[in-house]
Design a protein around this ligand. Structure first.
Ligand code: SF4
Length: 347
């Protein structure tokens, strides 16, 4: 008798049956209709909403990277702010600040995006390194024009090293000799000290007799180049010693002067001596009256400053206009800079 093999309803054995077969059996037409309705009413709007929020966040992020608020774009109001220096800074400080910034934003280092800022840095430095342009610019800002001079009129002043021989003598608004006025002991003071008087030697009249040097060696020396007596330290000796030095001069070329007179006379003397070069052991061929030279120098300086003031008044109007354009250019140039560099260079 033949064995009857039961015939399975499934066309395939259980191990090879499709996994979808059970899930397909789950989807009845009603369930499928419900799923489509749920998808269109809930899931799809939620997905769209999420996608929209995501896109808006991305756009906001991208916009913020190019917006002025991103990285807080510096907005310097003056050229001094732009270079990051005080308006009283001297030229060497301004130069250092300029070079430091230029090292960061030069197109060779920072690329083409920094070219405009680099050019504006050049323009700013060009104005601030030129005394006349700088004074005109200061006038346009209504701040006191920068002066390299020290116009303090007190009996003591900061002492600086002398220029080297042959260099142009520059007037710095203070005497070339140093002052020990405040260090004079009480017992060595007198009327001249009270009146804040100082010694000046007319080197053009000096005959190098050494009398004054012997009387006041801590105040007067013999200049090595010209072999003429010169006061190198005011009030290095007592008032009695200084008075004795004045009286010991056979040609009466030592006198008591005020600080204002002293700084002009010493400057004019230095200018004159510098123009003559080294005259060791050689008499001056043309005797010159130093006080007369000083008067002429003061008059020339007054005329020069008056002309400079007029030029500044004209130039300051020009700067008022150009600064507005400069600030606009600067703003657009700053926007092109990478934010990190902008922060590093101008924060
Ligand atoms: S005393 Fe008069 S002449 Fe003699 S070295 Fe002094 S300044 Fe010159």
């Amino acid at each position: 008798m033949a064995t009857v093999v039961p015939i399975s309803k499934s066309p395939l054995p259980c191990s090879t049956q499709s996994p979808w077969s059970s899930s397909l059996s789950f989807w009845t037409p009603k369930k499928a209709a419900n799923f489509v309705a749920w998808t269109t009413k809930v899931a799809l709007p939620l997905a769209l909403l999420f996608k929209g929020l995501q896109r808006r966040a991305t756009m906001r992020h991208c916009r913020s990277r190019t917006s002025p608020a991103y990285g807080s774009i510096p907005n310097p109001r003056t050229l001094y702010d732009f270079l990051g220096v005080d308006h009283r800074a001297d030229t060497s400080t301004i130069r250092k600040a300029y070079l430091a910034k230029q090292k960061m934003v030069h197109p060779d280092v920072a690329g083409d995006n920094a070219q405009e800022v680099s050019m504006l840095l050049n323009s700013a430095f060009d104005v601030l390194r030129d005394p006349e342009k700088r004074s005109a610019y200061d006038a346009s800002l209504h701040i006191d024009p920068h002066v390299e001079d020290d116009d303090d009129d007190g009996p003591t002043w900061p002492w600086t090293a002398k220029e080297r021989r042959g260099e142009k003598v520059i007037y710095k608004g203070r005497p070339r000799s140093r002052s020990l006025w405040e260090r004079v002991p009480d017992e060595d003071r007198g009327d001249r000290w009270e009146q804040q008087k100082f010694l000046f030697i007319d080197e053009l009249k000096c005959i190098s007799c050494w009398n004054c040097v012997e009387c006041a060696p801590k105040s007067i020396c013999m200049d090595a180049d010209h072999v003429r007596a010169r006061v190198y330290a005011q009030w290095g000796n007592s008032e009695d010693d200084l008075e004795w030095a004045v009286k010991s001069c056979p040609v009466e070329c030592i006198s008591w002067v005020s600080r204002q007179e002293l700084q002009v006379l010493e400057h004019v003397t230095a200018e004159h001596m510098n123009s003559m070069g080294c005259v060791r052991h050689r008499p001056f061929t043309k005797p010159t009256h130093l006080p007369h030279l000083a008067e002429k120098w003061v008059e020339r300086r007054r005329r020069d400053s008056e002309m400079a003031r007029k030029r500044m008044a004209l130039a300051s109007k020009h700067f008022n206009v150009t600064m507005e354009q400069f600030q606009q250019q600067l703003r657009s140039a700053m926007l092109k800079l990478p934010p990190d560099l902008r922060q590093a260079a101008f924060s």
